[in-house]
Design a protein around this ligand. Structure first.
Ligand SMILES: NC(=O)c1ccc[n+]([C@@H]2O[C@H](COP(=O)([O-])OP(=O)(O)OC[C@H]3O[C@@H](n4cnc5c(N)ncnc54)[C@H](OP(=O)(O)O)[C@@H]3O)[C@@H](O)[C@H]2O)c1
Length: 319
């Protein structure tokens, strides 16, 4: 019977083991020249498992086919599982993973054993591990940094944004430009910077962020609503251009308890007022939004959408 080695690197030997039938005789298990012999490269002299009745009675000195089979089967199973786990690990880029929603998305992806590269102005806020790397990028100043990025990316999540609420007569042109720069131009730089890597993945996903104040007119939101409106346009346009390999979607939150919204939520009274405005009677958490990002990243049949994650405020009125 020919011997064959597979999984050479892992040292696993494939076995051709015949499990004895009920009426087999003792000779059937000997390594003689009969039909029931095992073709194994390494046979234990001692049955360590003691799972068959012969082993138990024979002081362990016995070549037990059942125990050999189980031993090798377990090793094979463990190695196959580890290999499958390695193949399942995907690489994601999060711009702005040091706080708020980006940090919550980073945690979720790492919990799922995916690898994440993070870019922001303060990369030291993220602890590097075997799955997480972090680099400095100030999107307002620097060219997009490609060093440290893997060859293939399964997803880009672009989180930087702003909340600038002012009446139109107090908004300066410079402020409009700044809001466009961080919300729109930064996203464009990130997409362009890693597009070839996203295209190398079988399926990839881009997530951008809008705001509830684009589809629902809200006072004092002229600058941020204009910039995020442009992000929504970018989302749909890229979704068309990059289909079918890359899906592009945006999440449009209402107010979320993150450092970005701190000034709007820095007293109990403000928090209560904000919560009461929402049909679901609470403000959002970074985790609420990260759950939607996670879903959009992995759902294979959604693209070109702007998903409201807003406690119902954009579509429900309670009387
Ligand atoms: N929070 C809300 O109430 C709310 C509501 C509607 C929409 N949104 C949108 O949701 C998204 C996530 O918001 P968030 O509340 O999670 O924001 P956040 O807590 O302020 O986090 C923003 C992230 O972007 C990074 N960042 C900021 N400026 C950057 C720059 N110039 N260069 C590189 N990285 C920069 C920050 O890291 P560093 O400080 O380390 O640079 C941080 O990791 C934003 O697009 C926001 O507009 C939020």
């Amino acid at each position: 019977m020919p011997r064959e080695r597979v999984g050479q690197s892992s040292g696993i030997t494939r076995l051709d083991v015949r499990i004895p039938s009920a009426n087999s005789t003792a000779n059937d298990f000997d390594l003689g020249d009969n039909d029931n012999r095992m073709s194994v490269d390494r046979r234990p002299e001692i049955c360590s498992l003691g799972v068959c009745s012969r082993c138990r009675g024979a002081a362990g000195i016995h070549r037990c086919p059942l125990s050999v089979f189980l031993e090798y089967y377990c090793a094979y199973f463990v190695n196959t599982h580890a290999r499958a786990r390695r193949n399942m690990t995907k690489h994601y880029l999060i711009v702005g993973g040091t706080s708020g929603v980006g940090a919550a998305v980073l945690k979720r992806l790492v919990r799922q054993k995916h690898a994440v590269h993070q870019l922001s102005r303060n990369p030291e806020y993220v602890s590097e591990t075997s799955l997480v790397s972090s680099e400095r990028w100030d999107l307002l100043e620097d060219a997009f940094p490609t060093q440290g990025l893997p060859e293939k990316l399964s997803g880009l999540i672009y989180c930087p944004g702003s909340i600038r609420l002012k009446p139109i007569n107090r908004l300066r042109e410079k402020e409009f430009r700044e809001d466009f720069e961080i919300n729109l131009i930064g996203a464009v730089k990130a997409v362009q910077g890693c597009l070839s890597r996203l295209q190398r993945a079988d399926q990839a996903s881009i997530i951008l962020f809008s705001t509830v104040a684009v589809q629902t007119g809200m006072a004092y939101h002229a600058s941020i609503a204009s910039a995020k409106g442009a992000v929504e346009g970018l989302t749909r346009s890229l979704a068309a251009e990059l289909a079918p390999r890359i899906r592009v979607n945006a999440v449009a939150p209402s107010i979320v308890d993150t450092p970005l919204a701190e000034r709007l939520l820095n007293s109990e009274e403000k928090q209560k007022l904000a919560a009461d405005r929402h049909p679901l009677k609470r403000i959002g958490s970074a985790e609420d939004v990260a759950a939607s990002v996670d879903w959009l990243l992995h759902d294979p049949w959604i693209t070109g959408q702007v998903i409201a994650v807003d406690g119902g405020i954009s579509s429900i009125r309670l009387f």
